[in-house]
Write a new protein. Sequence first.
Length: 153
Amino acid sequence: MIKFITIFKKKIHPDNFIQKSKIDQDASVKLSTYLNKAYSILKDPFLRSIYLCKLNGIDLNTKLNLNFSHDFLEQQMKWRETLSIIKNKKDKGKLEILSKKIRKISKKEMRIIENFINKNQYNSAILNIHKLMFLKKFNIEINNAFMLMNITQ
């Protein structure tokens, strides 16, 4: 599918329609935009999983009343507290350790999600998708902490 999109993107690229009518040029731009978005969704396993859930009638925005385990909620609080301590101490080494840990857990969650999606178990994937959403946001916070440490030192 991705190979098809790549070939098709080259054929309908706006540069190929410079000498064509305004209607053809506009159609090329719209189709290129659509294909670029499709390509970005298909090549990213996380975005692809969300898309497949939506395609199968599961709107993740309406599934926000999740029952995260007590352990996962407690772990979130511990991670946030750890990040706060690391930021206050400006300890890049410990921040790197936390970052690696979150990336490792994120990869594990993605494998679980892909397994559910491959088995067409979209409802089962929802909780893990939301866990991974948290992990991705938390990773952004970690990256922001790295940037702040680099600016202030």
